[in-house]
Design a protein around this ligand. Structure first.
Ligand code: UDP
Length: 236
């Protein structure tokens, strides 16, 4: 195995990743598999921050006819449920963790305090940031970019269903072409579906590279860090 290229990383998982093939709710075998891979990172002395989406439970846009902010708050609460599931799995494997939430719920988890999060990382704890950014009209991709910038993560590992960024949807177009490397400018200009534009701009402005890779292949999270995974690297 090559040696890791990064010391502190942000791992962004979609909520759907936790649902496995079920598409909704949880597949706890999948949650445990992801946790086991995160454990490998910690054992390689990598400081890990995580953001988990909420799409397996609720997305703001599901609330057709609802007040948008209310629907978005439901989505943010969904990310808290997912973060607790991830925390539970990691702790069962002996990995020390803290969940920090952008919406205060102090009986359940710590509030987000940047300095405290950094201290946890220095002590080898995995820090899971829940409740997105705490603001409606944003996504968990943006929350991942924001927390990565705040905690000086060197890279965002964007675990997806597909193994990188394509010029069109590979599930629809069999001749879709995969990019090995892209710049943030190209992503924004070509309107490629990596992260939403707000998240992409935040990464661009703060010079935080993104590695897009497939979560389905076991061992890929560590491989993304050692440069062995054949995903897409997005940089300035
Ligand atoms: N959300 C929000 N503000 C944030 C992050 C998330 O309002 O800072 C809401 C939004 O409604 C979103 C939902 O939480 O649809 C779940 O997050 P997301 O869709 O990003 O999850 P994923 O698609 O990654 O599972």
């Amino acid at each position: 195995m090559n040696s890791p290229k990064y010391k502190r990383v942000m791992l962004k998982l979609s909520g759907e990743a936790l649902a496995g093939k079920k598409g909704h709710g949880f597949d706890f075998d999948v949650v445990d598999r992801i946790a086991n891979e995160v454990k490998e990172l910690v054992e390689s002395n990598i400081e890990v921050t995580m953001v988990v989406g909420g799409g397996n439970i609720w997305r703001g846009r599901n609330g057709v006819g609802m007040e948008r902010s209310t629907s978005d708050y439901m989505g943010m609460l969904a990310t808290c449920i997912n973060s607790l599931a991830m925390q539970d799995s990691l702790e069962r494997m002996g990995v020390h963790t803290r969940v920090q939430t952008a919406i205060e719920m102090k009986e359940v988890a710590e509030p987000f305090i940047r300095r405290r999060a950094v201290r946890h990382l220095e002590k080898g704890r995995v820090v899971i940031f829940a409740a997105g950014s705490g603001n409606p009209y944003f996504s968990t991709d943006t929350a991942a970019a924001l927390r990565a910038a705040e905690t000086d993560a060197e890279v965002i590992l964007l675990a997806k269903k597909v193994d990188g960024v394509y010029d069109s949807d590979p599930n629809i177009n069999p001749s879709a072409k995969k990019f090995d490397k892209l710049t943030f400018k190209e992503v924004l200009e070509k309107d490629l579906k990596v992260m939403d534009a707000t998240a992409t701009s935040l990464c661009k402005e703060n010079d935080i590279p993104i590695i897009v890779f497939a979560l389905d292949e076991p061992g890929n999270i560590l491989k993304a860090i050692t440069g062995e995974v054949t995903g897409t690297l997005v940089t300035n």
